[in-house]
Design a protein around this ligand. Structure first.
Ligand code: ARG
Length: 427
C-alpha cells in the first residue's frame, strides 16, 4: 500500500518549513502512534535525518527506555530523553501555584504549563544537534500547536517548524496501515480507538470517544490516575500543607523537595478520588471541547494555597489579585508564556507571596477537598477582635454606626434620586 500523497500545503506562516530545505529534524517524540508514524514519515517524505527528543515531565508509569529504543528502531539518528521534572516543578508549576492558576473555572493548566518547557528544550536540543527544523505531533485543532510554535518562533527565529498531522491527511485507519507497513508497534493494540491522553506531574487529561458527547456522564474506565470517588476509602484523611513564601515545602510536617511533594500530594488525592474535573472548554482556536481532567495534586495544593493567601492578605489585595490570577491563567492557556505581561504579573505574584507562610489542613473524602484548619504567623486575624463578645480597645462597636452612615452615603443618595425620578415619570 502506498502512503497517501500529502497535499502541497501552502505555507501561511514565515516559520513553516519549506519541504525543499528540510535537512535535519528535531522530532518531539512521545512513543505514541502519531509521532512514531511521523518519525518514519519524515525520513521518507523529506529524505531528512531525525533526532528524537522525549521529555519527562513526570508522566506516571512511562518507561523511557522503551520509548528511546522505539525511536532508535524507527531510524532516529539520535534519541534523547530529558528528565525535566525539577525544571517543570520550579519554573512552571510553582508560578502557577502562586497565581492560583485555573482556566475556565476548572483547568489547572498542566498541559499548557508543560508545552513551553518542552518547546524550549526542543530548541536547545535542535541547536545542539545541528537541526534546522522542529517537528511535533499536534493537530490543527488544538491549543498545543499554538504553545509549541509560539515558543519556538519566539526563542529561535532561525528554526523552522513542521506539524505533519496538520497536513498529512491520514486518519487513524491510514496511520495504523502505515504503521503495519513499516513495522511500527502499536501500543495497546489497534482495535478500539484509545482516549487521547496527555499527562505530567500536575495532572492528566482525556479527550475523545464518548467524552465528545456532552450529555454522557463519565465512564469509570477513563480514570487512569484518580480512584472513582465511590471506591475511595470510607474514612476521611486530613493532609497538612505547609508553605513558605508561597512555596509548598512540607506535607504533614515532613519536608519534601518540590517534585516529591507534588507526587505525594497526587498520590494522596488520587487515593481519595479528588480532583476530577469534567470540563467543557473554550480553546484558543475557537472550538469548544470537553476534557475529563484528573488533577489530585492541584486540587489539594491550590485550595490550600488560596486559603492561606486570603488569610495573610488584606481585603483590598483579596479583591485585586483574582483578576490578575485570571489574566495569568489566560495568557498561559493561550500559549503566550513568553509574553512580557506574564513576567510583570509574576513580579506581583512573588511580591504578594512573600507573606504566604503557614499551614493549611485539607480534608480529603470521597472526591471532595475541604479546608478544615489554617495557621500563619502573617494572618491578618485577631481572635480578640473577631469574637462576638465586647472587645473595646482597637475595635469599638460604638464607631460602627458612624462608619455605616458614611460608607453608604453615596449609595443612599443615588437610590433616593432614582426613586424620585421614577415617581416623577409615573406621575
Ligand atoms: N484542553 C487542555 C489544553 O488545551 C488539554 C489538552 C491535552 N492535550 C493533548 N494533546 N491531549 O491545554
Amino acid at each position: 500500500m502506498s502512503q497517501p500523497e500529502p497535499a502541497p500545503a501552502p505555507r501561511t506562516a514565515s516559520y513553516e518549513a519549506d519541504p525543499a530545505e528540510v535537512g535535519r529534524v528535531l522530532l518531539l517524540y512521545s512513543g505514541g502512534l502519531d509521532t512514531s508514524v511521523m518519525l518514519k514519515w519524515i525520513q521518507e517524505r523529506y529524505g531528512a535525518e531525525v533526532v528524537a527528543l522525549s521529555v519527562d515531565l513526570g508522566q506516571p508509569g512511562e518507561d523511557w527506555d522503551v520509548v528511546r529504543d522505539k525511536a532508535r528502531r524507527l531510524g532516529a539518528v539520535e534519541c534523547h530523553v530529558v528528565d525535566a521534572r525539577e525544571q517543570f516543578a520550579r519554573e512552571f508549576v510553582l508560578p502557577a501555584i502562586k497565581a492560583n492558576a485555573v482556566y475556565g473555572g476548572g483547568y489547572p493548566l498542566f498541559t499548557a504549563l508543560g508545552r513551553p518547557l518542552i518547546a524550549r528544550l526542543a530548541v536547545e536540543q535542535a541547536r545542539a544537534s545541528g537541526c534546522d527544523t522542529i517537528a511535533h505531533g499536534c493537530t490543527g485543532k488544538g491549543n498545543d500547536q499554538v504553545r509549541i510554535e509560539a515558543t519556538v518562533a519566539t526563542l529561535a527565529p532561525e528554526l523552522r517548524l513542521l506539524a505533519p498531522v496538520r497536513d498529512w491527511r491520514m486518519g487513524r485507519e491510514e496511520e495504523i496501515a502505515y504503521a503495519r507497513e513499516h513495522g511500527i508497534a502499536i501500543k495497546g493494540g489497534s482495535e478500539v480507538a484509545p482516549y487521547s491522553i496527555d499527562d505530567n506531574l500536575w495532572g492528566r487529561s482525556s479527550e475523545g470517544r464518548w467524552i465528545e458527547a456532552l450529555d454522557q456522564p463519565p465512564q469509570d474506565d477513563v480514570f487512569g490516575l484518580v480512584t472513582p470517588p465511590q471506591d475511595a476509602p470510607d474514612e476521611p484523611q486530613d493532609v497538612a500543607v505547609t508553605f513558605e513564601r508561597g512555596v509548598p515545602v512540607a506535607l504533614d510536617g515532613q519536608r519534601l523537595g518540590l517534585v516529591e511533594l507534588l507526587e505525594r500530594a497526587a498520590e494522596l488525592g488520587a487515593r481519595h478520588g479528588v480532583g476530577i474535573v469534567d470540563h467543557v472548554e473554550d480553546r484558543i482556536v475557537g472550538l469548544k471541547v470537553r476534557d475529563i481532567y484528573e488533577v489530585p495534586a492541584a486540587a489539594i495544593l491550590l485550595s490550600a494555597h488560596q486559603e492561606l493567601e486570603r488569610l495573610v492578605c488584606t481585603i483590598h489585595q483579596n479583591q485585586f489579585k483574582p483578576g490578575l490570577d485570571r489574566q495569568w491563567a489566560y495568557l498561559v492557556y493561550a500559549g503566550l508564556w513568553w509574553e512580557p505581561l506574564r513576567d510583570d504579573l509574576d513580579a506581583y505574584m512573588d511580591r504578594v507571596n512573600q507573606q504566604v507562610t503557614g499551614t493549611v489542613n485539607v480534608r480529603l473524602y470521597k472526591g471532595s477537598t475541604r479546608v478544615v484548619a489554617r495557621e500563619s504567623p502573617n494572618a491578618i486575624y485577631d481572635p480578640e477582635l473577631a469574637t462576638f463578645g465586647e472587645s473595646g480597645g482597637l475595635f469599638s462597636q460604638h464607631a460602627a454606626p458612624g462608619f455605616i452612615e458614611l460608607w453608604s452615603l453615596q449609595s443612599r443618595m443615588a437610590h433616593r434620586l432614582r426613586a424620585e425620578r421614577r415617581d416623577g415619570d409615573a406621575g
